[in-house]
Design a protein around this ligand. Sequence first.
Ligand SMILES: Cc1cc2nc3c(=O)[nH]c(=O)nc-3n(C[C@H](O)[C@H](O)[C@H](O)COP(=O)(O)OP(=O)(O)OC[C@H]3O[C@@H](n4cnc5c(N)ncnc54)[C@H](O)[C@@H]3O)c2cc1C
Length: 689
Amino acid sequence: MDSYPRDPDFGAPPPSWEDPDDAWPVPPGRRPVPPPPDGRGPARRAPRRPPPPLPAGRTPPGPPGFPGAWPPQAQRPLAPDVGLPRLPRPAPSDSVAPRPAPGVAQPPPWATGAPMDPLAPRLSAGPPSNGGPAFGYPGGRRLSGRPLPPVPRQSRLLALLFRYRPSSHAQALTTGLLIGVLWWFAVSLTLMPLLHGRAPLWSVTAVGDRLPSLLAVVLLSSLAGLLFQEAAVRHLIGEQSSRTGAVPDPAPPRVRVVILGGGFGGVAVAQRLERLLPRVPSMDVTIVSQSNALLFTPMLAEVASRSLEPNHVGVPVRAACPRTRFRLAEVDRIDTDEQLVHLRASGPSTTEALPYDHLVLALGTVPNYLDLPGVRANSVPLKTIADAITLRNHVIARLEQADVAQDPLERRRQLTFVVAGGGFAGVEIIAGLCDLVRGVRRYFPSVVDEAEFVLVHGRDRILPETEPELGDYALRKLRHRGVHCLLETRVASATADAVALSDGSQLPTRTLVWAAGNHPSRVIASLPFEHNAAGAVVADASLRLAGTSNVWAVGDCAEIPDAAGGGRPCPPTAQHAVRQAKALADNLVRVLEGRRSKPFSFRTTGFLATVGHHSAVADIRGRCFSGILAWLMWRGIYLSKLPGVERRLRVLLDWAVEPFFGRDIALTSPDPAAPGPHGRTAMRRSSPR
Ligand SMILES: Cc1cc2nc3c(=O)[nH]c(=O)nc-3n(C[C@H](O)[C@H](O)[C@H](O)COP(=O)(O)OP(=O)(O)OC[C@H]3O[C@@H](n4cnc5c(N)ncnc54)[C@H](O)[C@@H]3O)c2cc1C
């Protein structure tokens, strides 16, 4: 995930990408976990009851919607902590199990009768993770129909050079090619002449003379790369162990790692775990997400303003993490006692249960409408690709309606665009809408000049997380372009026809974009762990939730202290989510190896935000940039952070084509604000709650 937005090297570190007034309240105000009956501490929960004995010959019932899949798990003698009171829990231990001596197969604790750490994750017995039934017992249901290839036992160097993946032939080929070219340069052009007492052949003529040999080297080394990956990495190492008479280790118990959420955090955890698989081959990683693509949110406003095509800013999770199982489903609830995630996959009434040994929460946030009357029903957020599509269609539909509207008030409503929230997201959206409407003037010459753009913001300056000079620049720029920036004003309520403001005024409008706050979803809020005032779960510096040994959290849904920031909570940005994800995966693997975890620490590098019309603001390591230079930086940096060459090319093409052909105005869905069955509330249906 190094190639993610604003992430690693440049990024957006503000406390919030929404209106910071309403968004992520920075603690200390934490919602306390309800005290336990005996008052022993917030992490206490009721002791687990052992399952009731079953009549002979009967299998226990499975969870709803998942017949037959579960019983073996419930019956297996693999959970000696069933029946143990889970609490009081000791402080989470980093070393959940003593590290086994290398090469010595360790029997599971339940087989030896050794006392088991009640905090240790329950491991499932059964066949190796990949290629066997998903839950490790006969009849277990696969989560993904895609069989995963076996994990080769690799040395670290081999793993680094030829990271094995089913689709990594291109990588093996290019690695071989690179090694060949380096060898040609070092040996043929440098070493051999030196050995013969001559100067290295580095002149253009000498290199030109040896081009045929370079071609041969390129061909041979690429081929060797491929062969080496297939033969050496997959087979030779296995043969070696049988030649020396070593008995292959028995399959270790599988460790089921379930990642909830396929956004920046979740995908980055999976990618890092894939890289670390050779260290713990028994890991079986599954991502559950209600969207099958990782959305590159920094470019979402460009999608909404029709600068980019929607599918160019999403990367399929299956492509991003090919060695991870993927499950398209909505997480309904999490049972931390039984270590089950209940999923809703194929309809509101069908649920399935997915067991885990380690759980990673990466569910992000959902819009927070602050219970303002009518706002949820009459606004559109910008969180998902569907939101962006809704918005881009909605704006063009408003221009179409305004073009034929006879009533001046109705025409004004159609042409007034209101955005709530002057944080980064709000500023980028209002700037993008302005660009969109003005950019289609040739199709709507009679209405575009009447369009009004209003930014409603609760504080006294926009982009309050940045240096004041950048906020001031953005404000000047927006006002210069005709955007009404209403500072120290809030949205009070909304109807289908108007938005009421805190100063008592009414804005006749049919467009309200909500960028004034997010909070974690109800799935996160309902977990029996400590939460902060915004409802985010509180993790410790190793990214584990307090009082648990196997529940981890990453990204916007969690409050995570940053050691580099003096323990202050990280801001909710993609930059931080990706960094946290890497640290989390490293810690999870360390824990599985019986080693100590490390605290998360990351120094924020900066932020960038567009303010429309080829201008942006940027703060890179304390240095401020604005105008077209910042805009070029924004485009260059985000293009480089977009995952995958293909996506980068597509985005580059979109940007290259736009100046020549303008923005497209084709409507790709029915007008959501038109009267009829689709109705106005269809505007916001896409974002998760
Ligand atoms: C318009 C906009 C612009 C932004 N610009 C920037 C920027 O320029 N730089 C930057 O650093 N940050 C930016 N951010 C913030 C950044 O997107 C977030 O900080 C980042 O996405 C957080 O990552 P995450 O993994 O925690 O959550 P997300 O990336 O939001 O991922 C959450 C995932 O969980 C899934 N999910 C949620 N609920 C459920 C459920 N019940 N069941 C199943 N799946 C579920 C979602 O579908 C999603 O795939 C921007 C955000 C927005 C909205």
